[in-house]
Design a protein around this ligand. Structure first.
Ligand code: BG6
Length: 468
């Protein structure tokens, strides 16, 4: 018996996203996503001008990748479906070759006893919809619900865990506030409007899923970075609370409680940012709360009220000298923890933040099924002369986070699974390919997969269903 056993049936897996691993972006009828267009139009914004065109070539190597999951002891796998592969124009005619790809993949996963946990939207909005206003356009919510229903009907016999969106808060923050991701605007009204349309689409998709009675569960994946005040001052405490309201509670409250948090609502109302919300949509949101929550956790944040300017910048090169800046004038600024342990990309390693999040999700609704849908560390992994990849740092990172998950379970949180980010080194958005996250090293020339030390380590834990 391992020293720390996990509940029976606990899911041990890894997570990926379609745009980050599939490649084959121009193949078999797939349409463009706004990320494909963004990388083409602004190559300078992606580290080393990389693109998702080839990524890990998973589209052609998926059989081998399912085999790698087995080698890693997986009984679960979190992935996303590429909306533009199913519906090249975002709506209308379906692409039979796109459907066939996922059909074969789900069959193979089920044969290998690996439960798929599928996210419908991991940031790859069809470019055709982006050109019509993307998430600012209310019709996108309906197009999303139609796309979701097509996926439920096609794959719902094998997929029993669905999530509507991956990290709506951070994807909108990057799309409309920091402007680091498409549509790359600095536009607060558009950000709030887009968040409302995503939440509308989310509730519509949940309603469609329930109407089909397929006997599975549907949830939402959030990156609820714990926000701590930078100091004990009342101002910083208020700044941390505000950041938490805008980034976390604006999404988790509607998803779990069916209503918006008062403080963020009041702020948006005061600033004239609140969109017109139809009663029918509000009622649907209230009715269609989720069956589970997916928690993505990488690092905590520290908010200071001292935010005299608006400035954003990310270290996307892995060069520690490169400063990270995140400040919204008059609201809050994120600052570094002087005592923190940081990665080369300036992300703090702080497992206790995950414990706090899990207990927080539990407090929202005791007994709520929770999955850690992403957790991992980006490193500059290298192949050693003997052909191995020693990623002890990743092993330590994952172990420390599993320890706090175990403690949260002991303390009552119903955590049902852990998906390490990621199965493969992949297209890390604006970080290109230098930031490696996988259990498997992907050689950028040959695309060969090489298991890192963490892969065998994880298999042992999964097989024992616990940590020593
Ligand atoms: C999560 C995303 O926010 O963080 C993943 O869901 C992403 O898609 C991961 O890759 C790590 O972020 P990054 O920017 O380092 O790749």
């Amino acid at each position: 018996m391992p020293k720390r056993s996990f509940p029976e049936g606990f899911i041990w897996g890894s997570a990926t996203a379609a745009l980050q691993i599939e490649g084959a972006t121009q193949e078999d009828g797939r349409g463009d996503s706004h990320w494909d267009a963004f990388c083409r139009e602004h190559p300078e914004r992606i580290y080393e001008r990389e693109t998702p065109d080839i990524a890990c070539d998973h589209y052609h190597r998926w059989t081998e990748d399912v085999q790698h999951m087995r080698e890693c002891g997986h009984n679960g796998y979190r992935m996303s479906i590429a909306w533009p592969r199913i519906l090249p124009d975002g709506r209308g005619a379906m692409n039979p070759k796109g459907l066939a790809f996922y059909d074969r993949l789900f069959d193979a996963l089920c044969t290998a006893d690996i439960q798929p946990n599928v996210t419908l939207y991991h940031w790859d909005l069809p470019q055709a919809l982006a050109l019509e206003g993307g998430w600012e356009n209310p019709d996108t919510a309906m197009a999303f619900a139609d796309y979701a229903e097509s996926c439920f009907r096609a794959f719902g016999d094998r997929v029993k865990h669905w999530s509507t969106f991956n990290e709506p808060g951070w994807s909108l923050l990057n799309g409309y506030v920091t402007a680091l991701h498409p549509p790359a605007k600095h536009d607060y009204p558009a950000a709030v409007l887009a968040s409302w349309n995503m939440l509308r689409g989310h509730a519509m998709a949940v309603e469609r899923y329930r109407a089909l009675r397929q006997g599975g569960a549907i949830g939402l994946v959030l990156n609820m970075s714990t926000v701590y005040p930078a100091t004990d001052s009342a101002e910083d405490l208020a700044a941390a609370n505000l950041a938490d309201g805008l980034l976390n509670r604006w999404f988790i409250d509607p998803a779990l409680l069916g209503r918006f948090p008062k403080d963020a609502w009041n702020l948006y109302e005061r600033c004239g940012l609140l969109p017109v919300m139809a009663t029918e949509d509000l009622e649907r949101l209230q009715r269609e709360t989720v069956d589970f929550i997916g928690v993505n956790y990488y690092n905590p944040h520290y908010a200071s009220a001292n935010a005299p300017t608006t400035v954003f910048g990310l270290n996307n090169s892995g060069n520690q000298e490169e400063a990270c800046q995140f400040s919204i004038e008059g609201l809050f600024k994120f600052v570094k923890n002087p005592n923190g342990r940081y990665t080369d990309w300036a992300w703090e390693i702080f497992p206790e933040g995950l414990y706090a999040l899990l207990m927080r999700a539990h407090a929202y609704r005791p007994g709520l099924p929770i999955y850690v849908t992403e957790n991992g560390i980006g490193l500059k992994d290298e192949i050693l002369p003997d052909g191995t990849v020693d990623d002890q740092v990743r092993i330590d990172f994952v172990r420390e986070h599993l320890e706090v998950i175990h403690r949260a379970i002991q303390d009552g949180a119903n955590v049902r699974g852990y998906y390490m980010w990621s199965l493969l080194d992949n297209f890390s958005w604006i970080n290109g390919f230098k930031k490696r996250y996988g259990f498997f090293y992907v050689d950028r020339t040959t695309l060969k997969r090489i298991p890192k030390c963490s892969a065998a380590w994880f298999r042992d834990i999964a097989q024992k269903n616990g940590l020593d």
